[in-house]
Design a protein around this ligand. Structure first.
Ligand code: NAP
Ligand code: G4F
Length: 344
């Protein structure tokens, strides 16, 4: 049984990756952070399913606590390590630049050091990001494209990206970077734009919300499905040699187009409900992202399986079900009605 160590297992990708690896009979070890409210919601079904086995194991840790990372790598001796943990919200990285940078730079470096100092050969995956490109190029971005970070988040990702290749080249370690373009799902955090839109539109449909406030509607992103993208992470660590790969769909859509597609699925006209506010504009916007996944297709045999339309459909269906349950709780007086998520 192979062992995988995953940081950020409670996040969107942590959910899909741990599910994939458990289905492949891996023993999965993941780190969670102490929080005043329970933060394992996304993986609770997996915790229930595997509670009587030793296949899923969780530990308190933090990327800033290098001693716990060292201890865990030594104790678990994983075959594969997936570093998914990060303060992953670009807009928040401008508000909390030091935490974002410390987590995004010292975190991966501490983990790389723990891997380097281990007697066992451990494969390492770094969650790199298309944000590193900065979004000024209109053409398709590949592994050779210039990195031009525009936020504390992206600058930290560039550092970790380079350190991953430096450790690969300097110490002959099996370290790979997955340069993933935006990927979404029903498990996407509610403050990222796609999920903010599908959640709000579903609540509007059921009368639980009457407006949606967004920032820049003209930004465009290459949006794929997270379930497809975690397969690429695993494929990278099964490849003969470590390297860097772009994972994307090769199509880009604006926030406005995502809005239109979502509201249309619910027979609503988005223009009646959506307003914009400077509150959601960023100090330095990444305007346009479009990836070229040719290398991943040719070398890993990876291709996206989910279309833009199917992704929107999947997210709307899930959020409509969530809104229906919320409506019952509000009707029974068990939940206070809220008109718009104030923190999104
Ligand atoms: P996510 O849903 O925001 O999950 C982030 C995870 O990191 C959560 O488990 C979070 O824990 C954990 N975390 C945050 N700060 C931490 C710290 N200091 N120490 C330990 N754990 C910490 O992100 P995601 O969408 O799954 O993305 C996974 C990774 O891929 C991230 O590194 C992200 O930057 C990168 N990425 C994402 C995309 C995308 O479009 N989704 C694209 C490219 C790259 P809590 O649950 O306790 O908050
Ligand atoms: O959904 P977003 O917050 O994602 P963003 O900034 O592209 O970052 C995500 O993808 C990266 C990969 O490229 C990851 F590395 C990163 O961790 C994260 O997962 O914003 C997408 C676009 C932006 O241009 C933003 O300005 O949507 C625009 N937008 C417009 N109104 C909004 C809003 N974004 C958010 N979050 N909230 C809004 O109200």
């Amino acid at each position: 049984m192979k062992k995988a160590f995953i940081t950020g297992i409670t996040g969107q990708d942590g959910h899909y990756l741990s599910k994939l690896l458990l289905e492949k009979d891996y023993e999965v070890h993941g780190t969670i952070r102490r929080s005043s409210s329970i933060n394992t919601g996304r993986i609770d079904p997996l915790i229930s399913k595997y509670q009587n086995t030793k296949q899923l194991n969780l530990y308190y840790s933090d990327l800033l606590d290098s001693s716990s990372l060292n201890m865990l790598i030594n104790k678990i001796q994983p075959d594969e390590t997936y570093n998914l943990a990060a303060q992953s919200h670009v807009a928040v990285s401008f508000k909390n630049p030091i935490f974002t940078t410390q987590t995004g730079t010292l975190g991966p470096l501490s983990l790389l050091e723990a891997v380097r100092n281990s007697d066992k050969e451990i494969k390492y995956y770094q969650a790199s990001s298309s944000e590193m490109y900065g979004g000024q190029m209109k053409g398709k971005l590949n592994e050779e494209s210039l990195l031009n970070p525009k936020s504390p988040y992206a600058a930290a990702k560039v550092f970790a990206h380079h350190m991953t290749s430096i450790y690969r080249d300097s110490y002959s370690l099996f370290c790979s970077n997955g340069i993933l373009f935006n990927h979404e799902s029903p498990h996407r955090g509610e403050t990222f734009v796609t999920r903010k839109i599908t959640r709000a539109a579903s609540r509007i449909k059921l009368g639980l919300q009457n407006k949606l406030t967004l920032g820049n509607l003209e930004a465009s992103r290459d949006w794929g499905f997270a379930g497809d993208y975690v397969e690429a992470m695993w494929m990278m660590l099964q490849h003969d040699t470590p390297d860097d790969w772009v994972i994307a769909t090769g199509e880009t859509y604006t926030v406005r187009q995502f809005l239109e597609a979502t509201f249309k699925k619910l027979d609503l006209n988005w223009e009646e409900y959506v307003q914009t506010s400077d509150k959601y504009l960023r100090p330095n916007e990444v305007e346009h992202l479009l990836g070229d996944p040719t290398k991943a297709k040719e070398e890993l045999g990876w291709e996206p399986k989910t279309s833009f339309d199917s992704l929107v459909e999947m997210m709307v269906e899930s959020d409509l079900n969530l809104a229906k349950r919320e409506k019952v709780l509000v009707a029974e007086g068990l939940l206070e009605p809220t008109w718009e998520n104030p923190t999104s």
